[in-house]
Design a protein around this ligand. Structure first.
Ligand code: GDP
Ligand code: MG
Length: 441
């Protein structure tokens, strides 16, 4: 994608805001990239439409191209859609024994994922887990789960020949209660395609077990088809979350976006191999990078935004050199301190300033002090902020009262502003000699 976008934007060297034409051209490429990553067509379309609205008029950071800027916007939006609002890993497994129903097509990775997840619950959350295979069509599938169980040290429900899936589910529930298990997992049979028999069976099992979580296991390489599968299972059985398997393969992972956009269900985990510990919590950032396939551009744009902050800092320096340091500047510095959990970044960059910041810290400049000082500045008028010399007794009283603080605290703030202003001015003069410029690097 990055190459192609580069082509589109090579001719555009101008900076400033993204025009509609810039965005439209880039979005054609983004759409193609999404389709190549196996995102389904309607999802790709609606995604592009929503991003187009957001990107048009967005400003382009100096030192990156409009194409790169668009990629960043697309990337951020992708993460937003993929992430959703729910905590992805939080399985509802309170109230033991909590049933977890695993559903999906044959070969999607249900049995493997059941065992991986059981291991994870056992190792990380110290849960006692019971697994049961409901795959009555294929005795080998039941064996498969039993073998995995032995391997990871998780109990499986003993196999009884001739039982129906519903009968097994009932027995698992009973056994889980009697045996004091925290969780029991039902690994259902899959079919190659969705059909009525499969859905009827899964529904019957659901009604018996009343699962706390119904996890749909989907092959991450299936692409377009994955959406139909997800929609169907969600309508017929009700799905609470998705597990994408085979994300270790070379697929682009577009199924993740389709899945999230169409069903609105959170992707809980991704399978990254055949081994029992190859299961990870869903990481939207990683998948987004994979779908667009250009992590380096994204970090480049992030870098550029850092540059922007330095430019802002330089602009402030110019003010200081002229001896300008009013309450707005002070508030700026205080807010930076808050943001960074320490001294302001400009202070850090200026020789001599680090010492002063340390003095401030020693003088009791903790978080709450900074908050109070900002409150005082906020209760000044615009004029007062720009010109603190205006502050006479009556104004001081009003301001302190407005912030709910003592006048003595306001006096300390004013003293600090004057001292800092003086220091800034001195440093600013030195700065003309080039020393400060160096410190800014
Ligand atoms: P089921 O029919 O849905 O129960 O699918 P299985 O759990 O039996 O898995 C089918 C095949 O896919 C097995 O060979 C698994 O080892 C393999 N498999 C499952 N999950 C993954 C995964 O995340 N990555 C890879 N590479 N293979 C997987
Ligand atoms: Mg299976």
């Amino acid at each position: 994608l990055s190459d192609r976008l580069g082509g589109v934007f090579d001719r555009l060297t101008k900076q400033g805001a993204l025009t509609e034409d810039d965005v439209t051209a880039a979005m054609r490429e983004v759409r193609t990239a999404l389709l190549e990553a196996d995102v389904s067509l309607p999802v790709a379309r609606s995604f592009v439409k929503s991003v187009t609205g957001k990107a048009t008029g967005a400003s382009v950071t100096k030192s990156v191209t409009p194409g790169q800027q668009v990629v960043k916007i697309v990337h951020d939006e992708l993460i937003k859609v993929l992430q959703g609002e729910d905590a992805p890993e939080a399985l509802r497994i309170d109230n033991p024994p909590a049933p977890i129903l695993m559903v999906g097509l044959q070969g999607s990775g249900k049995t493997t994922t059941t065992a991986k997840l059981a291991k994870r619950l056992k190792d990380r959350e110290k849960k006692r887990v019971l697994m049961a295979s409901l795959d009555t069509n294929r005795p080998a599938a039941m064996e498969q789960l039993a073998i995995l169980g032995t391997q990871i040290g998780v109990d499986t429900l003993p196999i009884v020949k001739g039982e129906s899936a519903v009968q097994i589910a009932k027995r698992a529930k009973q056994q889980a209660s009697l045996g004091g298990y925290d969780v029991y997992m039902l690994d259902t049979a899959g079919r190659l395609h969705i059909d009525q028999v499969l859905m009827d069976e899964v529904q019957a099992v659901r009604d018996v077990a009343n699962p706390r979580e119904t996890l749909l296991v989907v092959d991450g390489l299936t692409g377009q088809d994955a959406v139909n599968v997800a929609t169907e299972f969600d309508e017929k059985v009700g799905v609470s979350g998705v597990v994408l398997t085979r994300m270790d393969g070379d697929g682009r992972g577009g199924a993740a976006l389709s899945m999230r956009a169409v069903t609105g269900k959170p992707i809980r985990f991704v399978g990254l191999g055949e081994k029992m510990d190859a299961l990870e919590g869903f990481d939207a950032q990683r998948i987004a990078g994979r779908i667009l396939g250009m992590g380096d551009i994204v970090s480049l744009v992030e870098k550029a935004q850092e540059v922007l902050e330095v430019e802002q800092a330089e602009r402030m320096m110019k003010r200081f050199q002229k001896g300008l340091f009013n309450m707005n500047d002070l508030r700026n510095q205080l807010e930076q301190m808050q943001k960074m959990g320490g001294m302001g970044s400009i202070m850090q960059m200026m020789p001599g300033m680090a010492k002063m910041a340390k003095q401030a810290e020693e003088a009791g400049m903790d978080d709450s002090a900074v908050r109070r000082q900002i409150a005082l500045i906020n209760s000044m008028t615009k004029k007062e902020r720009a010109n603190p010399a205006l502050l006479q007794a009556s104004r001081k009283k009003r301001i302190a009262a407005g912030a709910g603080l003592d006048v003595s605290e306001l006096n300390r703030l004013l003293k600090m502003q004057r001292q800092m202003g003086d220091t800034m001015k001195k440093l600013g003069k030195m700065g003309k000699g080039g020393m400060l410029k160096q410190a800014m690097r």
